[in-house]
Design a protein around this ligand. Structure first.
Ligand code: GAL
Length: 330
C-alpha cells in the first residue's frame, strides 16, 4: 500500500491529469470543500464516528452576519475530501459580552452514555476595557453531530481562567479539556460523566502555552502547545509523561525553531489507527489575521516514538485511513 500511496502522491504532483480519486493533503494551501470553497474550520477539532470524521472549527468566511459567531462542520471518510455539513451553531452574543465578543476553538465530544454531542468553545469579550478578559468556556449540546447545538452558557472551569482550549479523549474513552490559564499555565481536566461540566483537575503544567493538544501513543502521553504570541507563529513545543498527572518532561522543539512551526500554531493531534499502523497527524492553523477567512491549515503526519516528536517539513502527503499508512512527497 505504501507503494500505491507514494505513487498517488507522485502522480498527482507530476501531472494534473490524475482522474482517480486521490486523497492528497497540501499543507498551507487553500483547501476546497465539496462546494469548492476554502474550508472554514479554524482552531478546529476532529471527532470520529464510525468510519466518518467530523471536523469542527471557526467559520471566518467573509459576508457572515458580523453580530454572530459561526462554527462550521465538515465530514470526511478519507481526511482529505471534506463535505460541508452546515453550521452546528451560530450565535449572536448570547451573554451580552459586546459586539466584538469571541467564540474560538470549538471542540466536540461524543458522550457514549447519554448519546449527546457536547461542544466546548472559548468564550470571551473584546471591549474598550480590554480584550480576552472574560476567559471562559462555553458549552453547547446536541442530539445530532451536525447540530443544532443548544448553548447552555459559559463558566470558568474549576474557577480558573480559560482561553485557548483543546480536547483529548484517551484510549479508555475518558474525556479531557486542556485549557490555558494565563496566571498559572496549561491545565488538563477531566469532564464530568455527562461531559456538561469540568469535573476534576488532573494536572497543571506550569508552562505558559496555548493551542494545547495531547495524544497517547505507545504508552506515553505527548502534549504540544505554542507560546503566547497571538496570531503570530512561534516555535511550538512538546513534552511527554507516562501518566496525564505527570511528571512531564521538559518542553522541547517540535520543529526547527527558526521556522516557527512552519508558520503554524497547534490545534490538535489526530490519531489514525489503521490495520497496519497508527499514524499521528499534527493539525495546525496558519493564521492570516488581516484576511482571516484565508487562514490555512498545516496538517502533517508527525514523527513520534520513544519520547520524541518531530514535525517534518510540510509537503504534500496522503494517508490510507484503512491501513493507517502515510506517504509524503519526497
Ligand atoms: C491566539 C490564539 C487564537 C486567538 C488569537 C487572538 O493566541 O491561539 O485562538 O485567540 O490568539 O489573538
Amino acid at each position: 500500500m505504501k507503494h500505491v500511496l507514494s505513487a498517488a502522491v507522485a502522480v498527482v504532483l507530476c501531472g494534473p491529469t490524475l482522474a482517480a480519486p486521490t486523497a492528497i493533503i497540501h499543507p498551507g494551501e487553500t483547501w476546497p470543500d465539496d462546494r469548492g470553497l476554502h474550508i472554514q474550520a479554524h482552531g478546529g477539532g476532529i471527532l470520529k464516528l464510525g468510519e466518518t470524521w467530523f471536523w469542527f472549527g471557526e467559520d471566518r468566511s467573509q459576508g457572515l452576519d458580523p453580530a454572530k459567531r459561526y462554527v462550521a462542520c465538515y465530514s470526511s471518510k478519507d481526511l482529505a475530501n471534506w463535505t460541508f455539513r452546515g453550521h452546528p451553531i451560530e450565535l449572536a452574543d448570547p451573554e451580552n459580552f459586546g459586539p466584538r465578543w469571541v467564540l474560538e476553538r470549538p471542540k466536540v465530544f461524543h458522550n457514549a452514555k447519554t448519546g449527546k454531542f457536547v461542544m466546548y468553545m472559548h468564550i470571551d469579550g473584546n471591549t474598550a476595557e480590554g480584550s480576552y478578559k472574560i476567559a471562559r468556556v462555553g458549552v453547547a449540546v446536541s442530539d445530532r453531530v451536525e447540530g443544532g447545538y443548544r448553548y447552555l452558557g459559559s463558566f470558568r472551569p474549576l474557577g480558573h481562567e480559560s482561553r485557548d482550549l483543546g480536547q483529548f479523549v484517551d484510549d479508555d474513552g475518558a474525556a479531557y479539556l486542556i485549557f490555558e490559564d494565563r496566571p498559572f499555565g496549561f491545565r488538563i481536566a477531566r469532564l464530568s460523566d455527562d461531559y456538561l461540566s469540568v469535573k476534576k483537575e488532573i494536572c497543571l503544567i506550569p508552562a505558559h502555552m496555548e493551542g494545547g493538544a495531547i495524544v497517547h501513543f505507545q504508552g506515553l502521553y505527548y502534549v504540544i502547545g505554542s507560546a503566547l504570541t497571538g496570531w503570530t507563529p512561534n516555535p511550538n513545543k512538546y513534552a511527554t509523561a507516562r501518566s496525564l498527572e505527570g511528571p512531564w518532561s521538559e518542553f522541547r522543539d517540535l520543529a526547527p525553531p527558526e521556522t516557527k512551526t512552519y508558520g503554524s500554531q497547534s490545534t490538535m493531534l489526530l490519531k489514525v489507527v489503521g490495520s497496519r499502523k497508527t499514524s499521528i497527524i499534527f493539525m495546525g492553523d496558519i493564521w492570516k489575521p488581516r484576511t482571516q477567512w484565508d487562514s490555512r491549515y498545516l496538517w502533517m503526519p508527525i514523527e513520534i516514538g520513544d519520547g520524541k516528536m518531530w514535525l517534518p517539513e510540510p509537503k504534500p502527503w496522503a494517508v490510507d485511513v484503512a491501513t493507517g499508512e502515510v506517504a509524503i512527497q519526497r
